[in-house]
Ligand binder design. Structure first.
Ligand code: SME
Length: 161
């Protein structure tokens, strides 16, 4: 069944997350296929939050490999420790970067990307298996509010891994 998300442009960022997350839960909970779920989460975040780029990188064969995403073409493979995604994988914690040019080793997939947040996602055995990468075309777009709600979303995805 195709779902249409209910979104209101006038809401604050926190209100948008509060409206969107239960809708994403309803979309993801009945479906067991990971790629189908990640695809819908990427779309819901891109269009619901009006983000510049949203996507998942999956740990495969010792690298992060590009998974479902919404936005411009992105780099396909990221080694551990490289860029913001690789650092998130290595440190196993959420990383917020206000200005990507200040982040050592940042991987510039798009010159338009200015700030980002990357959230780790663990499977039910607590092994990091995915990262969620959200990019903005404006500096300093992400804060504690994004961290709280994107980590809540990460837990929802974790419960399906
Ligand atoms: N910005 C990321 C690379 C992925 S793209 O932005 C889609 C990084 O430095 O990890």
């Amino acid at each position: 069944m195709a779902e249409e998300l209910i979104l209101d442009e006038k809401l604050s960022k926190e209100e948008k997350y509060k409206s969107l997350i239960p809708q994403i839960k309803a979309l993801v909970e009945p479906e067991k296929d990971l790629i189908a779920n990640l695809s819908n989460v990427a779309s819901a975040l891109k269009y619901g939050m009006n983000f510049f780029w949203v996507g998942f990188y999956l740990v495969k064969e010792g690298e992060l490999v590009l998974g479902p995403f919404q936005g411009t073409v992105a780099c396909t493979r990221i080694p551990k420790g490289k860029g913001v995604c690789g650092a998130c994988w290595e440190q196993e914690k959420t990383i917020i970067v206000d200005n990507v040019e200040d982040f050592p080793g940042h991987i510039a997939c798009s010159s338009l990307s200015k700030s980002e947040i990357v959230v780790p996602i663990f499977n039910t055995n607590k092994k990091l298996t995915l990262v969620l990468d959200v990019d903005s075309d404006e500096p300093a777009s992400f804060d504690k509010i994004d961290k709280v709600y994107l980590e809540e979303l990460a837990k929802l995805i974790s419960s399906k891994l």
